[in-house]
Design a protein around this ligand. Sequence first.
Ligand code: PLP
Length: 393
Amino acid sequence: MTKRNYHPETLSVRAGSALTELGENSEALFLNSSFRFKSAAQAAARFGGTEPGNIYSRFTNPTVRMFQDKLAALEGAEHCVATSSGMSAILACVMGLCNTGDHIVASRSIFGTSVQLFTNILKRWGLEVTLVSLTDPEQWQAAVRPNTKLFFVETPSNPLTEICDIAVLADIAHKHGAHLVVDNCFCTPAIQRPLEWGADIIIHSATKYIDGQGRVLGGAVLGSKALMEPVYGFLRTAGVTMSAFNAWVFLKGLETLHVRMEAHARNALGLAQWLETKPQVARVFYPGLQSHPQHHIALRQQANGGGIVSFEVKPKANQTEKEAAWALIDSTKLISITANLGDAKSTITHPATTTHSRITPEARAEAGIRDNLVRVAVGLEHLDDLKADLQLG
Ligand SMILES: *Cc1c(COP(=O)(O)O)cnc(C)c1O
């Protein structure tokens, strides 16, 4: 199936399928670790790379390959490397493309564990990291050094849904011989296709919207064949492999990606607009709102505002900011109190004491994450039931 001739919705359903002669209409789960060769010569040819084909599921599995091909078609990428989790996708990307002494410029507003990976672990291996503001291109320009290899962003960011202009950061990176990496977890290709705006590499935590139903962990790195070759080389050797079962779950998840993301975004916009009218709410963060500082970029770069809404609760008399947020969270009966996102079930989180509790209060304040901030990953329940559950009258 040629990728370019079909609409994204069709690619979600059809791309990447490698159906066997048994006639199955749904992609098969190849739950086996190794593959047999017809002869010693064929084994040698497969290992030598002169004959394509499966060898061993650490680095070749038909179900994983179907997932990779489908996601690559959706992102418009030449190649996709599937990994065991979103974090191992980031690890494989950096280990594949950077050497000791290289420098990464990363947004200060990336996933907390990604910051830990860069600043606590990879630093010990000689990687230099500078954290800058996602929304200020001048800081990116100023942070560049001769040894800068990668720019790393998440857009929209978690939990404040800040947005960067991907094309602007890609230009700065390319002027200095660096590559722009976009963690596209919050949007998925149904909403935003970073390669079309000049990004070089895409990271996914498939655990979130690509699964869409909170079942399994997985990740992916996407980009040109040339960039993905060393990433794949790291995966083949280090074994941060996606399991075939998880790939099969993600393949099924991707089939409904477009309808789900539209429904998440429709619910999220409705909830955000409603929250803006509530006197108990001090401020709402959602890219689809006109009040969002980068709304104009979101309109151009994204198909819609996505499924994540954050807001600040006004404390009542005698309440601290944290108590106000916790009281609201604890009053919900339907929405799940959990830090995960991208699930059909709506989830509610207090970032300051969960996802962002490992950074210092000063760093949190600098990032604009206040103690009264609540994040809702809006699911697929009826909007009226979600509004009722937040009990804001
Ligand atoms: C969850 C998440 C990750 C990490 O993914 P895992 O699958 O949990 O390892 C990376 N980036 C973003 C934006 C995430 O939300």
